[in-house]
Design a protein around this ligand. Structure first.
Ligand SMILES: [Zn+2]
Ligand SMILES: [Zn+2]
Length: 208
Protein backbone atom coordinates (compact mmCIF):
# COMPACT_ATOMS: atom_id res chain seq x y z
CA UNK A 1 0.00 0.00 0.00
CA UNK A 2 1.33 3.42 -0.98
CA UNK A 3 1.76 5.91 1.81
CA UNK A 4 -0.03 9.20 1.36
CA UNK A 5 2.29 12.16 1.12
CA UNK A 6 -0.36 14.27 2.83
CA UNK A 7 -0.30 14.31 6.57
CA UNK A 8 -3.52 14.27 8.51
CA UNK A 9 -4.01 16.47 11.59
CA UNK A 10 -2.51 14.64 14.60
CA UNK A 11 -0.02 12.71 12.47
CA UNK A 12 3.50 12.82 13.81
CA UNK A 13 5.97 14.83 11.83
CA UNK A 14 8.16 12.46 9.78
CA UNK A 15 11.57 12.20 11.37
CA UNK A 16 14.64 13.10 9.38
CA UNK A 17 17.28 10.39 9.27
CA UNK A 18 19.80 11.01 12.02
CA UNK A 19 23.30 12.00 10.87
CA UNK A 20 25.98 9.40 11.54
CA UNK A 21 28.10 10.22 14.57
CA UNK A 22 31.11 12.24 13.49
CA UNK A 23 34.58 10.85 14.08
CA UNK A 24 36.10 12.79 16.98
CA UNK A 25 38.73 15.32 16.06
CA UNK A 26 42.29 14.18 16.96
CA UNK A 27 42.57 16.65 19.81
CA UNK A 28 39.51 15.21 21.51
CA UNK A 29 40.17 11.58 20.66
CA UNK A 30 42.63 11.07 23.47
CA UNK A 31 40.26 12.47 26.10
CA UNK A 32 37.56 10.17 24.88
CA UNK A 33 39.54 6.93 24.93
CA UNK A 34 41.13 7.73 28.28
CA UNK A 35 37.69 7.69 29.93
CA UNK A 36 37.56 4.87 32.48
CA UNK A 37 35.65 1.82 31.28
CA UNK A 38 33.10 2.18 34.03
CA UNK A 39 32.61 4.80 36.72
CA UNK A 40 32.97 3.26 40.14
CA UNK A 41 30.66 3.88 43.04
CA UNK A 42 31.48 2.86 46.60
CA UNK A 43 31.42 -0.91 46.83
CA UNK A 44 31.38 -1.37 43.05
CA UNK A 45 34.19 -3.07 41.15
CA UNK A 46 36.27 -0.62 39.15
CA UNK A 47 37.43 -1.68 35.71
CA UNK A 48 40.00 1.09 35.58
CA UNK A 49 43.58 -0.09 35.30
CA UNK A 50 45.47 -0.01 38.57
CA UNK A 51 48.03 2.77 38.56
CA UNK A 52 51.57 1.89 39.68
CA UNK A 53 53.24 3.96 42.38
CA UNK A 54 56.73 5.47 42.01
CA UNK A 55 59.57 2.90 41.81
CA UNK A 56 61.04 4.03 45.12
CA UNK A 57 57.69 3.82 46.94
CA UNK A 58 57.03 0.42 45.36
CA UNK A 59 60.35 -0.92 46.70
CA UNK A 60 59.65 0.39 50.22
CA UNK A 61 56.17 -1.13 50.23
CA UNK A 62 57.42 -4.44 48.83
CA UNK A 63 60.12 -4.70 51.50
CA UNK A 64 57.57 -3.93 54.23
CA UNK A 65 55.25 -6.61 52.87
CA UNK A 66 58.09 -9.13 52.75
CA UNK A 67 59.19 -8.40 56.33
CA UNK A 68 55.58 -8.51 57.55
CA UNK A 69 55.35 -12.02 56.09
CA UNK A 70 58.40 -12.98 58.19
CA UNK A 71 60.62 -13.34 55.11
CA UNK A 72 64.02 -11.84 54.33
CA UNK A 73 64.33 -9.07 51.75
CA UNK A 74 67.51 -10.43 50.21
CA UNK A 75 69.53 -8.66 47.52
CA UNK A 76 68.41 -11.01 44.68
CA UNK A 77 64.75 -10.47 45.66
CA UNK A 78 65.23 -6.70 45.93
CA UNK A 79 67.18 -6.41 42.67
CA UNK A 80 64.77 -8.59 40.68
CA UNK A 81 61.79 -6.59 41.94
CA UNK A 82 63.63 -3.32 41.24
CA UNK A 83 64.33 -4.33 37.62
CA UNK A 84 60.66 -5.19 37.09
CA UNK A 85 59.46 -1.93 38.68
CA UNK A 86 61.89 0.07 36.54
CA UNK A 87 60.73 -1.72 33.38
CA UNK A 88 57.05 -1.04 34.16
CA UNK A 89 56.00 -3.73 31.70
CA UNK A 90 56.33 -7.51 31.31
CA UNK A 91 59.95 -8.69 31.15
CA UNK A 92 61.22 -12.15 30.18
CA UNK A 93 63.24 -14.00 32.81
CA UNK A 94 66.30 -14.22 30.56
CA UNK A 95 66.27 -10.43 30.11
CA UNK A 96 66.29 -10.04 33.90
CA UNK A 97 69.25 -12.45 34.07
CA UNK A 98 71.04 -10.52 31.32
CA UNK A 99 70.90 -7.08 32.98
CA UNK A 100 70.90 -8.05 36.65
CA UNK A 101 74.37 -6.98 37.76
CA UNK A 102 76.08 -3.59 38.08
CA UNK A 103 76.65 -2.05 34.68
CA UNK A 104 73.91 -4.39 33.39
CA UNK A 105 76.17 -7.44 33.70
CA UNK A 106 74.43 -10.83 33.72
CA UNK A 107 74.03 -13.10 36.72
CA UNK A 108 73.46 -16.84 37.08
CA UNK A 109 69.92 -17.80 36.02
CA UNK A 110 68.99 -19.58 39.32
CA UNK A 111 69.52 -16.29 41.21
CA UNK A 112 66.71 -14.66 39.23
CA UNK A 113 64.46 -17.73 38.92
CA UNK A 114 64.50 -18.35 42.69
CA UNK A 115 63.80 -14.67 43.37
CA UNK A 116 60.91 -14.70 40.88
CA UNK A 117 59.36 -17.79 42.52
CA UNK A 118 59.51 -16.05 45.88
CA UNK A 119 58.11 -12.73 44.61
CA UNK A 120 55.24 -14.48 42.80
CA UNK A 121 54.40 -16.53 45.90
CA UNK A 122 54.20 -13.36 47.94
CA UNK A 123 52.05 -11.61 45.30
CA UNK A 124 54.61 -8.89 44.57
CA UNK A 125 55.12 -10.09 41.00
CA UNK A 126 52.72 -11.67 38.51
CA UNK A 127 53.40 -13.88 35.54
CA UNK A 128 51.85 -12.66 32.29
CA UNK A 129 51.07 -16.08 30.88
CA UNK A 130 50.42 -15.11 27.27
CA UNK A 131 53.82 -13.34 27.13
CA UNK A 132 55.67 -15.86 29.32
CA UNK A 133 57.01 -12.80 31.14
CA UNK A 134 56.87 -11.18 34.57
CA UNK A 135 55.58 -7.85 35.84
CA UNK A 136 55.70 -6.07 39.22
CA UNK A 137 52.29 -5.74 40.87
CA UNK A 138 51.19 -2.07 41.10
CA UNK A 139 49.85 -2.85 44.60
CA UNK A 140 52.88 -4.31 46.43
CA UNK A 141 51.10 -4.16 49.79
CA UNK A 142 47.89 -5.87 48.66
CA UNK A 143 47.02 -9.36 49.83
CA UNK A 144 47.92 -12.17 47.44
CA UNK A 145 45.56 -12.02 44.46
CA UNK A 146 45.03 -13.25 40.91
CA UNK A 147 45.98 -10.67 38.33
CA UNK A 148 43.99 -9.83 35.21
CA UNK A 149 45.62 -7.86 32.41
CA UNK A 150 44.93 -5.71 29.38
CA UNK A 151 48.00 -6.27 27.18
CA UNK A 152 48.92 -4.01 24.26
CA UNK A 153 50.11 -5.90 21.16
CA UNK A 154 51.84 -2.76 19.85
CA UNK A 155 53.94 -1.40 22.75
CA UNK A 156 53.82 -4.43 25.07
CA UNK A 157 52.49 -2.64 28.15
CA UNK A 158 50.27 -4.65 30.47
CA UNK A 159 47.77 -2.92 32.76
CA UNK A 160 46.65 -4.92 35.75
CA UNK A 161 42.92 -4.81 36.39
CA UNK A 162 40.88 -5.51 39.45
CA UNK A 163 37.92 -7.32 37.92
CA UNK A 164 36.73 -8.58 41.29
CA UNK A 165 35.78 -11.93 39.78
CA UNK A 166 37.72 -14.17 42.14
CA UNK A 167 35.00 -14.62 44.73
CA UNK A 168 32.33 -15.58 42.20
CA UNK A 169 34.72 -17.98 40.45
CA UNK A 170 35.67 -19.52 43.78
CA UNK A 171 31.99 -19.96 44.64
CA UNK A 172 31.26 -21.62 41.28
CA UNK A 173 34.32 -23.88 41.60
CA UNK A 174 33.29 -24.85 45.14
CA UNK A 175 29.77 -25.75 43.96
CA UNK A 176 31.29 -27.99 41.28
CA UNK A 177 33.84 -29.44 43.72
CA UNK A 178 36.53 -28.12 41.39
CA UNK A 179 39.90 -27.34 42.92
CA UNK A 180 40.77 -23.84 41.71
CA UNK A 181 44.56 -23.44 41.47
CA UNK A 182 44.82 -20.20 39.54
CA UNK A 183 42.78 -17.86 37.38
CA UNK A 184 44.21 -16.33 34.20
CA UNK A 185 42.32 -13.54 32.43
CA UNK A 186 44.45 -11.72 29.89
CA UNK A 187 42.91 -9.58 27.17
CA UNK A 188 45.10 -8.56 24.23
CA UNK A 189 44.55 -5.54 22.02
CA UNK A 190 45.84 -2.00 21.50
CA UNK A 191 46.27 0.49 24.36
CA UNK A 192 44.89 4.03 24.41
CA UNK A 193 48.28 5.66 23.75
CA UNK A 194 49.01 3.43 20.72
CA UNK A 195 45.49 3.97 19.35
CA UNK A 196 45.97 7.71 19.73
CA UNK A 197 49.37 7.60 17.99
CA UNK A 198 47.94 5.49 15.16
CA UNK A 199 45.02 7.93 14.78
CA UNK A 200 47.38 10.91 14.65
CA UNK A 201 49.58 9.17 12.04
CA UNK A 202 46.52 8.51 9.92
CA UNK A 203 45.48 12.16 10.14
CA UNK A 204 49.02 13.32 9.23
CA UNK A 205 49.28 10.85 6.32
CA UNK A 206 46.00 12.11 4.93
CA UNK A 207 47.13 15.72 5.37
CA UNK A 208 44.03 16.60 7.38
ZN1 LIG B 1 48.67 -7.46 41.46
ZN1 LIG C 1 50.36 0.32 23.42
Amino acid sequence: MRRSRWRMPGDRKPQRPRPLPRRPRPGRFHDQIMTPLAPSRPGETSLEALRPTSPRAALVRAEARCLAAGERWTEPRRRTFELLVEAGRPVKAYDLVACYGPGRRPTKPPTVYRALDFLIDLGLVHKVETDNAFIACPRPDAARHSANFLICEVCGRADELDLGMEESLEAIAARLAFRLDRVVIEARGVCAACRFKAGRRLVNDQGL
